[in-house]
Unconditional design. Structure first.
Length: 187
């Protein structure tokens, strides 16, 4: 039975969305094509009608809407978000406790370095996208100074989230989030 172009496009989008979530939960190498397709409610054999390889899917999953939009909860539904709102949303216990639906960079940053060039390129573009979003929230007249601050803020956010997830002491984890939020949320 042939599917329509519209259904094929919807299936592809579903595969990418599911893969984005599963990659963030398990890592690029921690989940296989069969499980991704099962999560999407599709057969394993249909995968290659959409993608040439798992690496192609991983690259697309780095740039899909969930991977970009889940990055900073503080942006959701806010027409003019503040840096403080973005920082508080990003460095929240809810975000820390749900890597599958959270930041691509905190979940897969250490995996990305071992991925093929296409995946790293897509990851790099996702970083640029977020730096540009942060840049718009920062005050200052000098574009270079704002860019430097945006890069440092992003590195601080991602690093704090990674550390807060890695430690096995809930109190220390909360302290990391609070300290980083207090420091990075200043404008």
């Amino acid at each position: 039975m042939r599917v329509t172009r519209e259904q094929a496009a919807a299936n592809r989008q579903k595969i990418v969305h599911v893969a984005s979530t599963l990659f963030r939960r398990h890592g690029f190498d921690g989940i296989g094509v069969a499980d991704i397709m099962k999560g999407a409610g599709l057969t394993h054999g249909g995968f290659y009608g959409h993608f040439a390889s798992k690496d192609d899917l991983a690259a697309e999953a780095c740039t899909c809407v969930p991977a970009r939009d889940d990055w900073a909860e503080g942006l959701a539904g806010t027409p003019h978000p503040s840096l403080g709102a973005v920082v508080r949303g990003y460095l929240s216990p809810r975000h820390r406790d749900d890597p599958a639906h959270g930041c691509l960079f905190a979940a897969l940053g250490s995996d990305a370095v071992r991925q093929p060039r296409a995946v790293r390129r897509a990851f790099t573009e996702a970083v640029r996208f977020r730096v540009d979003a942060l840049l718009k929230l920062l005050p200052g007249r000098s574009a270079d100074a704002r860019r430097t601050r945006a890069l440092a803020t992003m590195a601080g956010l991602v690093g704090a989230l990674v550390l807060s997830r890695a430690v096995d002491d809930p109190r220390l984890s909360d302290e990391i989030l609070h300290a980083a939020a207090t420091t990075l949320g200043r404008t």
